[in-house]
Design a protein around this ligand. Sequence first.
Ligand SMILES: Nc1ncnc2c1ncn2[C@@H]1O[C@H](COP(=O)(O)OP(=O)(O)OP(=O)(O)O)[C@@H](O)[C@H]1O
Length: 456
Amino acid sequence: MSGNVILIGWDCSAQGKAVERLLTAQGLACEHRPTQEVVGPVSESAEVLLVRESGTRAPGLPVLQALHDSGNTRSVILVGDRLLPEQVVQATRMGALDVLPEPLDTDRLMAALEQARLSSLSAHVDEVIREDCPSILGSSPKMVEVFKQLGVAASNDLNVLLTGETGVGKEVSAYCIHRHSARAGGPYVAINCTAIPEGLLEAELFGHARGAYTNAVNDGIGKIEAAEGGTLLLDEIGDMSPTFQAKLLRFLEDKHFHRLGDASARSADVRIIAATNRNLLAEVEAGRFRRDLYYRLAQFPISIPPLRERPDDIRSLVRAFVAEANLRLGLKITEVSEEAEAAALSYHWPGNVRELKNLVYQAAVRTRVGGITGFPFVVGAAGECPAGHEVGSGGGLESLVKRAVAGGQVRHLLEEFEALTLRSLLEAFEGNRSRISEELGISRNTLRAKLKVHGL
Ligand SMILES: Nc1ncnc2c1ncn2[C@@H]1O[C@H](COP(=O)(O)OP(=O)(O)OP(=O)(O)O)[C@@H](O)[C@H]1O
């Protein structure tokens, strides 16, 4: 099976085949298998899993549960007949990107598949980049200053604190420091402190002894031991709980730690780089982040400026990502129109380089061959849109809908609403993703996937 196939898990062979024909007629590559099989190795190279479960299997969703338990990272869309509300909630919590009732509405199915494919594309982009030692780009005076600081950080072994808005390139900078440091021959390990539930973070970071918790059938090393001799990136450090802050401080003081459930002290030779999009000093002043931990982490602080403060980088980033999309996805984009470039230059870029990269990829995927004539900007509050893309006077949803209808852009309207909602929630909850996922009642993984799709 090739890597961009939609795997259809459907028990009733006649219906499964009918969906396969429907998607094939839309030009999509797909393959039908009995539902249970999508949990097996056959799904490994699929891009999206379209799984049908029956609501009469109350109270659970066995196939989705099995996928979730196996650590599936592919985008999943659930199709169900007579699903109970609890099953819809469960499905979303287990990471399903969408839940579609039967009989299937073709437009909704196509929209859900497009979103799922963009989500996998975005995940794939991140994977590819991590695998291929991403090079860090930028030629603006502000970024040249940052590169100099990365060089100084690479020449010593101090703990580094990288700050900057979401998507400015903190993680690529951390990797750049590692690659140029004396530890380059050692491992580079990253852990996202918010993506892991509080209860599991300790074991994830420090490791565990056999029997330390249910399912801990063997001893296990944590990220700290995995990074021995190398560099450990603690991403989104600003969201760490006070209890965990105390545990981390203890490790930073003498580089000694205990695996969870094991009394023996161990030590690790690891360089720590921490990253956050919060103003950590303000968190210290507000009493939410330990001052002593802040100073341990910020032995060498580096702040990365938002993209809107370095417009000189925009054009070259757009060109670099177009070239990358051509190479990675087999597209044939020949140019980016002057109008599209001008729109990119006047846009506010709240999601910074990540958003730019996503928009370039989305525009490239939609264009496939020829020139990109525009980017699918999310039109939000006035002043955040590029010239010519403003919401009409009065703003709000109504004018957004009218504008989309007038411009024949209805197809992507629901995506725009979702992006707009998420952007507003990020502002309202000051980027606190745990809180947003709680308030929305969706898992943090689902939220992360959605934020990635929209480049936020
Ligand atoms: N200067 C850059 N050159 C090339 N790619 C970049 C640059 N900055 C960011 N990117 C790309 O943008 C995306 C986001 O970057 P990264 O994950 O480093 O951001 P971040 O600041 O750590 O974001 P967050 O705070 O949300 O974790 C990645 O795909 C990365 O490769």
